[in-house]
Write a new protein. Sequence first.
Length: 213
Amino acid sequence: MSELEQPGASTQPSSDGAPNPGAALHSRRAFLFKLSVMLNAAVGAVLAVPLIGYLLGPALKKNANTGAWITLGSIDQFPVGETRLADFRSPVATFDDGDTAKVACWVRRVADRQFQVFAVNCAHLGCPVRWFAQSKLFLCPCHGGAYYEDGSRASGPPERGLFEYRYQLTGDSLMIHAGDMPTLATQASCSKPKPLIQIEPSASTSARPQWPA
C-alpha cells in the first residue's frame, strides 16, 4: 500500500511520468502572485507621478524664468483706435489643462506701432471686465469698477488702473510677456520684483504732544 501524500511533500512528477496536480497548482499560484505584484506596481507608478510633480513643482519653478513671450497674432487684427478682445494659451499651462489654459486680454491699438494690452481682470477682486466702445469705458460687472480707455481708474472700488502686459512688435506680430500673475509687484510683466517701500511716520505723528497729568 502506498503512503498517503503529506503536506509539504515534493511536487515533482511521479517516477512513471504522470503529471503532478500539486506542481500545476503551485505554478498557477506563483503566476497569479507575480501578476498581482506587477499590476499593483503599475497602479502605484501612475498615482505617484502627479504626487511627485506636486511636491517637486515649486522647487523646479524657482529655477525657471517666470513667463514667456507669446504672440497674439498679426497687428492687422487690431485696427488703430479700437480695443478688441484677444486670447492666448498660458505659457505655464500643462497639456491636460484644456480650455482652462486660455487667457483673455484686451488689446488697444493707440497708433500704428503703439499698443496697450490689459489684463482682463479687474484690479479690485479679479472679475473680468468688459469694454463698452460707446462710452469708451471698461466696466466690471461684479462691483461697479470703471476704467477709462487707457486703463486708468475712473470710479468704483478699484484703487488703481488695469494691469498691463509688456508688449513688443516682431515684424507684423504683436507679442506680450505672459505667465506672470497680474499683481502690483509684477505689473503682469517680466520685470524683476520691485522692493517694498517703507513708509516712514511723519514728524507730526512721531512727535505727539505730551498732555499734563
